[in-house]
Design a protein around this ligand. Structure first.
Ligand code: F6R
Length: 608
């Protein structure tokens, strides 16, 4: 996820672009840059780090010009660096591009362009775009952009300027957001509305495969077959603050809704039907995978809960022993580690102090470390032997939601990759799981449609002082995450228990009206869970049950049921957790809690 902006008008572009980017920093902030046309020449200033660094650089090297593009980056392909920052220029410097999205076929395009004599200076997927446009340029920039885009597979919002046609800005989108701002004698493009709200409230919302050509005289919208499109102007009535949250009241809700896309992005170019799983970013060899005799998964909080799901899945699919540990415990317990140990570190931020210390401890004892992180260039990503990025985009709300679901996806990908390399599953079995994984984005959308039931349930229970979450097997791992979400955002004391463990003590706490969330999604454990649910309902508990579609007898055992679409049992956590996140959110809102910034918590825990 990145942010792009563009400006055409009579004012100086530089400060307008930077101001627009400042409203998009929530989309990424590891590097930033602008390209502006001055006297038929494109000048670029870009650098690694926060937007402040770009502002400092621009004050040393001011850019003149009234037409330009800008970008704030969230690295996916290539670490955060000055060279990888956007805009990217074509080889002859006449074309400059900003891009948000992922070019799936960039490796092939890069090879093809290299064979035509093009040289690349960055590690990004984006750089193929200006090069392709230059290759197709025959005096008409719109035509060249269209031809280049027709060769690209993936998701993109792209802004293009060309020094040979200095009065034009061309843009296009597919599967990445892009809007056009309509000011008075000035026009904008942006990834999101807040970037233009200080200048205009009139915008065009572009659809996939729509092109826009902007000059000082106005805006022309074109379809991919060059037909002019007429579009209604959308007048923004929200406040700038609400717009940044995409119309949602809180970042947490926005991020819950971003999960279908985050799940899809994390699988992009890694899980494809009929093709082997390709974990592009990891270099571990088949031989090394075969030599591993033990895996530790180490993390904190929500990432630790993703690790527990990882243990179930890796043990089931790869038949290898996996231990999961809380990082702050792992580092002090003198764990048994040697060269045959693999450590998987999970960290959204990639900066958590305890997780980092555990990584260093493992490396000092000769283990190989794979990091699963959401932040390119983070300390964890730099110190691990291999990195597998979750492509969730920046997570702003303190309570982790989309990072968790993408961490789960990554656990499945690692398990399948190892199963593929250790031959513990047949190709047919791997293919069946992959095909089910590819249905998850759509099914995640269905989970988001169940808001009303959850909102109602939340309004009935938000005054309670405590809650219990029950589950068995992989559901127990999800129960832990659901329980943590409730604790952190709504401050209700909540405990997660393995269904079969309750009667060994905790059941003493169940009394008339106790709230219990019971997860019974796993086929082999379903009847056992129903018995555990009866144990609490007979003692007066009010139960919200979760099970898969078709298990209608659940309705007799609980107060309300929420159904999850059918998919391979091991993948169900990705779907089941979504209503649990929503439930925690609605309880917190009812209680008037500060949802995005819960008390006593910080987004990145960089102290021990
Ligand atoms: C809970 C939450 C925390 C983090 C934990 C680890 O919603 O966000 O429990 O999961 O602090 O953080 P990372 O993943 O950045 O290492």
């Amino acid at each position: 996820m990145c942010g792009i902006v563009g400006f055409v008008g009579k004012k100086q572009a530089s400060s307008i672009l930077v101001e627009g980017l400042s409203k998009l920093e929530y989309r990424g902030y590891d590097s930033a840059g602008v390209a502006i046309i001055d006297n038929d020449h494109i000048n670029v200033v870009k650098c690694k780090g926060r937007l402040k660094n770009l502002e400092n650089k621009l004050s040393e090297h001011p850019l003149k010009g009234i037409l330009g593009i800008g970008h704030t980056r969230w690295a996916t392909h290539g670490k955060p660096s000055d060279l990888n920052a956007h805009p990217h220029n074509s080889q002859d410097g006449t074309i400059s591009v900003v891009h948000n999205g992922i070019i799936e076929n960039y490796v092939q395009l890069r090879e093809w362009l290299t064979s035509k004599g093009y040289k690349f200076v960055s590690e990004t997927d984006t750089e193929v775009i200006p090069q392709l446009i230059e290759y197709f340029y025959k005096g008409d920039i719109v035509e060249a952009v269209m031809r280049a885009i027709s060769k690209i597979k993936g998701s993109y919002a792209v802004g293009v300027i060309c020094s040979k046609e200095p009065g034009k800005l061309v843009a296009v989108r597919k599967d990445s957001p892009l809007i056009v701002g309509l000011g008075k004698d000035e026009y904008y493009i942006a990834s999101d509305i807040p970037a233009v709200l200080n200048h205009t409230r009139d915008i065009y919302l572009l659809n996939d495969n729509e092109f826009v050509v902007i000059t000082k005289d106005g805006v022309k919208l074109l379809s991919e077959d060059k037909k002019e499109i007429k579009k209604d102007v959308y007048h923004v009535t929200w406040s700038a603050n609400a717009a940044e949250k995409g119309g949602f009241d809180h970042f947490m809700m926005k991020e819950i809704h971003e999960q279908p896309k985050a799940i899809k992005d994390t699988m992009t170019s890694r899980i494809m039907p009929g093709k082997p799983i390709t974990l592009d970013d990891i270099k571990i060899t088949k031989e090394q995978i075969k030599n591993i005799d033990k895996i530790y998964i180490v993390a904190c909080g929500t990432a630790y809960h993703a690790g527990i799901v990882g243990k179930y899945v890796i043990e089931k699919l790869v038949r290898m022993p996996v231990e999961v540990d809380i990082a702050s415990e792992f580092r002090y317990r003198n764990p048994i580690i040697d060269e045959r140990t693999l450590m998987i570190i999970i960290s959204q931020s990639g900066e958590t102090a305890d997780t980092l210390a555990a990584l260093r401890e493992a490396k000092a004892h000769g283990a190989r470390v794979i990091a699963v992180t959401n932040v390119a260039g983070s300390t964890v990503s730099r110190e691990a032997d291999d990195v597998l990025y979750t492509w969730a985009g920046p997570e702003i709300a303190v309570a982790s939601t989309k990072a968790y679901t993408t961490q789960l996806i990554t656990m499945y990908m690692i398990a399948l990759f190892f199963a593929q390399n250790r031959n513990t599953l047949s190709q047919e079995e791997i293919e069946a799981i992959k095909n089910d994984m590819l249905t998850l984005p759509e099914k995640a959308k269905q989970m988001l449609e169940q808001k009303e039931v959850l909102q109602k349930f939340a309004s009935r229970i938000y005054m309670h002082k405590e809650m219990f979450f029950l589950g068995r097997g992989i559901d127990y791992a999800v129960a832990m995450e659901g329980s943590l979400k409730v604790k952190e955002v709504s401050y209700i004391h909540s405990e997660a228990y393995a269904g079969g463990e309750l009667k060994h003590g905790t059941i003493a706490l169940i009394e008339d009206g106790t709230v219990v969330i019971a997860l019974a999604t796993q086929t082999s454990l379903y009847q056992k869970m129903i018995s555990n649910i009866r144990e609490v309902t007979t003692r007066g508990a009010r139960v919200l049950g979760f099970t898969v579609e078709g298990n209608i007898d659940m309705e007799k055992a609980v107060d309300s049921v929420l159904y999850v679409p059918k998919v391979n049992d091991i993948l169900l956590p990705v779907l089941t957790v979504i209503p649990l996140q929503l439930l925690a959110y609605y309880i917190a809102v009812q209680k008037g809690c500060d949802v995005d910034k819960p008390r006593n918590l910080a987004k990145s825990v960089t102290v021990e």
